[in-house]
Design a binder for this molecule. Structure first.
Ligand SMILES: [Zn+2]
Length: 477
């Protein structure tokens, strides 16, 4: 099946045609590690994860790189103003910028685990790639596309006429925005920094290129260095949040293409912002949630993942707590269905004569078609729900139960939001199993009142007693 993805650069759906047949290279702008990851960040990271999983599902190999920005990302990066986010967090907490980075890298990795993200093959830190950035800066200086002022280095955008092609920003508009920032060093207010000199900055390096001064890199050059180091001069896919498009990705294109002379990325993909309760997430509105906040409310990582991926990445997604409850119910429906199929497959329930073959085939086809259409996850979830409905209606042949389970395993492999295949029977906690024994004894003695009381007690714990010819057993209610 042909995979079609929306390319932000051409503003149309394009077929994914890897430069090296059979292998797709992907680069994702990762977190800036100055605070706890919030659910808006993870909408974008989970989109990248689902993209990778589906491409792999289609039989292609993937090499995936996600960077960690631990220096150089300014609080007002669109106008090259404010201060380094790492340094600002350092001032607020009294920790060093290095300690801040360690703390939030660890937190980010924990969130990846909790949200069942398949780990990218490489997750480099910007601070470990200063030398590679120097190689590019050196070359841009030699080509006269960049210039040095007082040890800092700026990219001259007049030397790159295609600047603005991704974001569609016209030159006048750019000038208007850049005028806000006062920086006498720049020849043109729209130029952007590759290397900055600031004696007060905590994270500093000797210039990794000829003739520069001690300083730190600009945010944009980091991604060019890390992506090309691992994936080569040309990538198949580059993703980020929609706010990365300008200036970050625009600048990545300019400096990388000026350096290599080749098209940098085939397909640019951008995830839309997450809305919470219909509004942009902000601390002042009280609708700002970190991943830890949501898990602290008793929701699981799986439920949060479901709620964040359930709408196609380019559509606006309104996140609500009610949406998490819906996610919980939807996951339970799938898992209950799978559990019954497991029991049928394993002979714990009598199989019937209904055929499910057609439902399995059409669910698989609809799922593939939906995902191939620019990762239309909501349509793909509809295909999963259709197979649940068909399975619940049928008492299938044992082989068909097996086939349906394989389809559900595939859906889980791609979306990762349902959980592993459930066991045929849940092992009830020891105290409930003990109660079941007491109830069996009460029944034997024909003490119906006691038997009923114990049954109610078990029900209150969320379990039910199933009387079967082989004896009574406990099942999750
Ligand atoms: Zn980036």
């Amino acid at each position: 099946m042909v995979i079609r993805l929306h390319n932000s650069l051409t503003r149309q759906l394009e077929e994914l045609r890897p430069l090296r047949p059979g292998t797709v290279t992907m680069y994702h702008c990762g977190p800036t590690v100055y605070s706890s990851p919030h659910i808006g960040n993870f909408r974008s990271f989970l989109f990248a994860d689902v993209l990778r999983r589906f491409v792999e599902d289609q039989g292609l190999a993937v090499t995936q790189v996600m960077n960690i920005t631990d220096v150089g990302h300014l609080t007002l990066d669109d106008i090259e103003g404010g201060e380094d986010k790492m340094e600002a967090a350092s001032k607020k907490t009294g920790k060093t910028a290095w300690q801040i980075a360690e703390q939030y890298i660890e937190e980010f990795r924990l969130c990846q685990q909790q949200l069942r993200v398949r780990l990218p093959h490489h997750m480099p830190r910007a601070t470990e790639f200063i030398a590679q950035m120097g190689v590019i800066i050196d070359d841009l200086l030699a080509k006269d596309v960049a210039y040095q002022v007082n040890g800092s280095v700026y990219f001259a955008i007049e030397k790159f006429p295609a600047y603005g092609k991704l974001s569609g920003k016209v030159i006048d508009e750019l000038e208007e925005g850049a005028r806000v920032a006062v920086n006498d060093e720049k020849h043109d207010p729209r130029d952007f920094a590759l290397w900055k000199v600031d004696a007060k900055h905590q994270m500093q390096w000797d210039a990794p290129f000829r003739g520069g001064s001690r300083g730190f890199p600009g945010w944009h050059i980091e991604c060019s260095a890390m992506s090309t180091h691992y994936l080569g001069e040309q990538l198949d896919i580059h993703t980020g949040g929609e706010d990365n498009m300008f200036p970050h990705h625009e600048c990545e294109i300019a400096q990388t293409e000026a350096h290599t002379g080749k098209r940098f990325v085939s397909i640019w993909m951008h995830a839309r912002h997450l809305l919470v309760d219909g509004k942009k997430m902000s601390k002042s509105l009280g609708n700002f949630f970190t991943v830890a906040d949501i898990l602290g409310k008793g929701y699981t990582g799986l439920e949060l993942r479901y709620a964040l991926i359930r709408v196609q990445y380019r559509q606006s997604l309104n996140f609500t707590l009610a949406g998490l409850d819906e996610a919980r119910a939807a996951i339970a429906r799938v898992q209950q269905c799978r559990r019954r199929l497991v029991r049928l497959r394993d002979g714990l329930e009598r199989a019937g004569g209904d055929s499910l073959g057609e439902a399995v085939t059409s669910a698989n086809e609809a799922f593939t078609a939906a995902m191939s259409d620019d990762l239309n996850v909501s349509e793909a979830l509809a295909a999963v729900a259709a197979l649940v409905a068909a399975s619940n209606k049928a008492t299938p042949l044992r082989d068909d139960a097996t086939a349906a389970l394989a389809a559900f395993a595939r859906f889980e492999d791609v979306l990762g939001c349902f959980g592993d295949e459930p066991a045929a029977v849940d092992e009830a906690p020891a105290e409930l199993r003990q109660l079941l024994g007491q109830r069996n004894a009460a029944k034997k003695q024909k003490d119906w009142a006691a038997a009923d009381r114990i049954r109610d007690e078990i029900a209150a714990a969320g379990w039910k007693i199933v009387d079967a010819p082989t004896g009574a057993r406990l099942e999750k209610a």
